[in-house]
Design a protein around this ligand. Sequence first.
Ligand SMILES: NC(=O)c1ccc[n+]([C@@H]2O[C@H](COP(=O)([O-])OP(=O)(O)OC[C@H]3O[C@@H](n4cnc5c(N)ncnc54)[C@H](OP(=O)(O)O)[C@@H]3O)[C@@H](O)[C@H]2O)c1
Length: 323
Amino acid sequence: MNYRKLGKTGLDVSEIGFGAWGIGKTMWIGASDSESLAALRHAIDLGLNFIDTALAYGDGHSEKLVGEAVRASGKRVYIATKVPPKNKRWPARPGIGIEEAFPRDYVVESTETSLRNLGVEQIDVQQLHVWNPEWLASDEWRRALEDLKTSGKVKAVGISINDHQPDSALGIIETGLIDTVQVIYNIFDQTPASSLFPACVKHGVGVIVRVPFDEGALTGRITEATVFPEGDFRNHYFRDDRKKQVEERVKAIAADTGLASVTDVANLAMRYCLSEAAVSTVIPGMRSMSSVDGNVRASDNGPLDAAQLETLRKHAWDRNFYG
Ligand SMILES: NC(=O)c1ccc[n+]([C@@H]2O[C@H](COP(=O)([O-])OP(=O)(O)OC[C@H]3O[C@@H](n4cnc5c(N)ncnc54)[C@H](OP(=O)(O)O)[C@@H]3O)[C@@H](O)[C@H]2O)c1
């Protein structure tokens, strides 16, 4: 496992972090708590020291599991969590004021709930779970985030950027008031490399890469015949003929890069994210020990070479499956 700086926070974080949405068991169906705890434990044993969760993941269930695993490990593991928007609207939509999503007192209360769920004294990174650039001039988020830091409830603050809108964070990055951003970056969505990453490097903002596998598409395991459990959000994400589209795209990536099997694309997808120097940590969802092993191996394999990166450039795919 390799480690990188999380921007100006100075924290040395493992370049593979743990994405803890799936273990919350609401929108992702199928995890068992014992397997999730085993995956968390295994990851920490292999040197992972950064976990991304959120109060919204199973209404605190993910936070409770993360807290349990971290406390039991006895190791220094950094925990990032998120304040859900008060109006429960994902993503943030234009025209909705910040007082509906993140009023100052609500942000503080939500953080206190997360501290209790996690069973820790301080949250390492507290993030606003959505961001709308129209809120930039508002005092509400500035006071909330500053008060959280001053009170010692959180060490660092950041935002989770709306799906596929990396440039919507450029304004808040320039204020110098946030320490991290969380953004979708993968072989399909390469857009953060154009403006977001250079801005993060310039302002010392740590980059947390989410959804490195495009919700599993880039693992090569999703085919036209894949059936997701009832109630799982991927039934919506991969609806209509999208599984077929994904299967064809992933086959093309494997063929172009000379891989023996489509499932080798998972390693390539992780190393694609790690090849970008601006990235601090990549947080795949991994509810199983075998996924943990695969991702730690990708860190050990190191970045892709220039020719591979050039080949992958043409596999960018501009679309938004969340909508
Ligand atoms: N708005 C937001 O702030 C937001 C939105 C989405 C996600 N996130 C964060 O980003 C994290 C990652 O996103 P995600 O979990 O939605 O999707 P993802 O990381 O793109 O994909 C997760 C899927 O990939 C599989 N997988 C992981 N490693 C693998 C490997 N080495 N080989 C084969 N398959 C592998 C997982 O399987 P198993 O789980 O079965 O092992 C799971 O099915 C989330 O957990 C969450 O922390 C934040």
